[in-house]
Design a protein around this ligand. Sequence first.
Ligand SMILES: [Zn+2]
Length: 272
Amino acid sequence: MTSSTPYVELLEFLDRYPRLMVLTGAGISVDSGINTYRDHNGQWLVKKPIQHAEFIADATIRQRYWTRSAVGWPAVGAAQPNVAHRALARLEQQGHVELLLTQNVDRLHQAAGHQNVIDLHGRLDKAQCLSCQKSESRAQIQSRLLDQNNHLCEIEARLNPDGDAVVEDNLSALTVIPNCQYCGGVLMPEVVFFGGAVPKSRVEHAMAALEKADGLLVVGSSLAVFSGYRFCRAAQRWQIPIAAINRGKTRADDMFAVKIEDDCSAVLGSLS
Ligand SMILES: [Zn+2]
């Protein structure tokens, strides 16, 4: 860490509380070309997020999901970790990060070499069969999707690479849904949808790590979703100080010992 950094308060926080739990949100992946999701489950800026129960029950909803996902996936699948992901991985190597908990489903922390990561809301790079439980990679599903759906190849070619587009419902009516290649069952992305629950064991594991940490560092999250916000509430209850790096307001602003309103990459990049 250099002494020329303008983020003195953050440096003092890291010195004083050397064993951190880190909680990250969509803001950290913006510099990797992944737009801030309206929600946390890999659905792009759509008017009506797909609910867990309707995905399972309704084939037309699955058609809509896979149509939009076919369009949005290439940008996520090709994204690379940025300065901020790499800086956190370095902090872990230096022994400062007990656990990193991310609300993102893009796996960029792991790609940056971060070892101890919990994907709170799951991962977009895999889907699992609801009948036989076998997993398939999202990349493999993408080639099946495009093989079976010529109209999706055409849409993909027309769009901006950020995938930020609403695909018309009349196009999704044409989409052949990718089902499990082993048993033909319903394939579900391994992400937590609206109305779906974060697995209890995942939350308990993260809470146990938080309880042992000296401090909580929030990076790139407005904490709008309760599944992330509850860790700030727990930290406050246990008198674990919280620092945050986020542009704009968060739901926990009144709980922070330190708040840095700047880009994640600029701030974390200055630590090395
Ligand atoms: Zn199956």
